[in-house]
Design a protein around this ligand. Structure first.
Ligand code: HEC
Length: 180
C-alpha cells in the first residue's frame, strides 16, 4: 500500500522519461539549488543504493530508486538521512514539483525501499500503515503492537521484540530508526 499520498497522485506517465542532458540545460532557480552538475555514473549510483539497503532484498526496488531518484542528482542527496513518513512525503512532493514522474510500479518500489531503509517510525505513535512496512510485521502483529501500546507504552527494543511475530533481526537493522 502506498502511504505517500502525493506520490500516489502523480499522473501515470509510464516509465520515467528523464533526460540527464535536458536537466543540465534547465537554467533558473531549479538548477541553482543543486550543486554543480557532475556526471552521474548509473552503475555507481545503483551500487550505492543497493549497499544502503540492508532490509530490502528485492533488487528491483533499488533499481527503481536509481532510475527515478538519480535522474537529477546523486543518491547521496537522500541516502544516509532517514526521515519520518511525513517528512519523506514532503520531499517526494517537492521532487514531483521538480519533475519526477515515476510509473505506478516505480512508486510502489520506491516507497518500499524508503519504508524499509530510510524511514523513521515511532513505535508508540506511528499509525499501523507506517509501522507495518518498516518493521516488516504482518497485519496481525502490527495490530498487536498498536493494541499493546494503548495499554502500556513500549520502552525499548527488547520490549518490542517480546511481541510475538516481531522479527528480531529486522529490529537489529532498524535500531537507529525506531523511536519510543
Ligand atoms: C526532476 C529532477 C529531480 C528528481 C527526479 C528527483 N529530485 Fe530530488 N532534488 C531535485 C532538486 C532540484 C533538488 C534541490 C531543490 C530542493 O531541495 O527542492 C533536490 C533535492 C533533494 C533532496 C534534498 C532536500 C532536502 O530537504 O534535504 C532530497 C532528499 C531529494 N532531492 C530526494 C529525492 C528522491 C528520494 C527522489 C526520487 C523519488 C528525487 N529526489 C528525485 C530534483 C530532483
Amino acid at each position: 500500500m502506498i502511504s505517500w499520498r502525493i506520490m500516489a497522485r502523480l499522473p501515470k506517465c509510464g516509465r520515467a522519461i528523464f533526460s540527464l542532458g535536458l536537466f543540465a540545460l534547465v537554467g533558473g532557480p531549479v538548477a541553482a539549488q543543486l550543486p554543480a552538475r557532475q556526471f552521474l555514473d548509473p552503475v555507481q549510483e545503483l551500487a550505492a543504493i543497493k549497499a544502503a539497503s540492508t532490509l530490502d532484498d528485492d533488487p528491483a526496488d533499488a533499481e527503481a530508486v536509481q532510475q527515478v531518484c538519480t535522474a537529477c542528482h546523486s543518491s547521496s542527496q537522500f541516502l544516509g538521512t532517514p526521515r519520518s513518513s511525513s517528512r519523506w512525503e514532503q520531499v517526494f512532493g517537492r521532487m514531483a514539483q521538480q519533475g519526477a514522474r515515476p510509473s505506478d510500479e516505480q512508486v510502489d518500489r520506491i516507497v518500499r525501499y524508503f519504508q524499509r531503509n530510510l524511514m523513521v517510525v515511532n513505535v508508540n505513535t506511528s499509525p499501523d500503515e507506517e509501522l507495518g512496512p518498516t518493521l516488516q510485521t504482518s497485519p496481525e502483529t502490527t495490530a498487536a503492537i498498536t493494541l499493546r501500546r494503548v495499554q502500556r507504552k513500549f520502552t525499548g527494543i527488547a520490549d518490542l521484540a517480546a511481541v510475538p511475530g516481531v522479527n528480531r533481526s529486522v529490529l537489529e537493522g532498524l535500531k537507529d530508526r525506531i523511536q519510543f
